[in-house]
Design a protein around this ligand. Structure first.
Ligand code: HEM
Length: 188
C-alpha cells in the first residue's frame, strides 16, 4: 500500500466524536474542578461534624451544627450535578460513551446514587440538625439526634475517592463492543 493510500484510509476510517478537542478540554476541566469542589465540600462537612461532636464549648458545637445545616447541602448538590452534567457530556461526546466502558458506567451509577442521597436523606434532616445546634445553647440535649451525621461525609468521601481512582485507572475494559464494530485505540 502506497503512502497516499494509507493516509486516505486513515482519514476515511478515523472515528469522529461530537465533542471537538477544545470543547472536550474545557468540559474536562469543569468536570475535574466540580469533582474537586465536591470532595472539598465533603471535607468541610467532615470537619463541621467532628467539631460539632468533639469541641469543648457548647457555643462552638452549636455554631458547627448550624453552619452545617445552613451552608453545605446546596453547594454540595450543585457540585454533584455539575460533575454529573459534565460527565454526561464527556461520555456522550467522546469515545468513552456512557455505557461502553465499565469505569464510566460505574462512575455514572455512583454519581446518581450520591446526588439522590443528598436530596432524599441529607437535606430533609438539616432542619433537625439546626434545631439541635440551637438547643445546645439552652441546656442538655440528646446526642443520639446527631450521632448518624458521621456517615454522610465518610460514605461520600470514600465513594468520590473510588470514582476518582476509576477515572484515573480506567479499569475493567469495555462492557461490550459497540454496534459499529470500532474497537477503539489502546487504553491510555
Ligand atoms: C462520581 C464523581 C466523579 C468523579 C470524582 C470523576 C472524576 C473524573 C476525573 C478525575 C477525570 C479525569 C481523568 C483523566 O483525565 O485521566 C474524569 C474523566 C472522565 N469522567 Fe468523570 N468523574 C465523576 C463522574 C463522572 C460521570 C457521572 C461520568 C459520566 C456520566 C463521567 C465520565 C467521565 C469521562 C468520559 C471522562 C474522560 C474524559 C476524557 O478524557 O475525555 N465522570 N472523571
Amino acid at each position: 500500500m502506497s503512502h497516499n493510500q494509507s493516509v486516505a484510509t486513515t482519514v476515511r476510517t478515523a472515528p469522529t466524536w461530537p465533542l471537538r478537542p477544545s470543547w472536550r478540554r474545557t468540559v474536562l476541566v469543569l468536570h475535574i474542578v466540580s469533582a474537586g469542589a465536591w470532595l472539598g465540600i465533603d471535607v468541610i462537612v467532615g470537619v463541621l461534624v467532628l467539631t460539632g461532636w468533639f469541641a469543648g464549648s457548647p457555643g462552638t458545637r452549636s455554631l458547627a451544627y448550624q453552619a452545617l445545616a445552613e451552608s453545605v447541602v446546596w453547594p454540595m448538590l450543585t457540585a454533584g450535578l455539575v460533575c454529573l452534567a459534565t460527565g454526561l457530556i464527556l461520555g456522550l461526546g467522546t469515545k468513552w460513551g456512557l455505557l461502553r466502558y465499565w469505569w464510566v458506567a460505574v462512575k455514572l451509577a455512583l454519581n446518581l446514587v450520591l446526588c439522590t442521597l443528598i436530596v432524599v436523606v441529607l437535606q430533609p434532616g438539616m432542619d433537625a440538625v439546626a434545631e439541635y445546634g440551637r438547643d445546645l445553647l439552652t441546656g442538655p440535649v440528646d446526642d443520639s439526634r446527631v450521632s448518624t451525621l458521621f456517615f454522610p461525609p465518610a460514605v461520600s468521601l470514600t465513594t468520590l475517592t473510588l470514582a476518582t481512582t476509576l477515572a484515573v485507572v480506567k479499569p475493567w475494559g469495555r462492557i461490550k463492543r459497540s454496534a459499529d464494530g470500532w474497537r477503539g485505540s489502546p487504553e491510555p
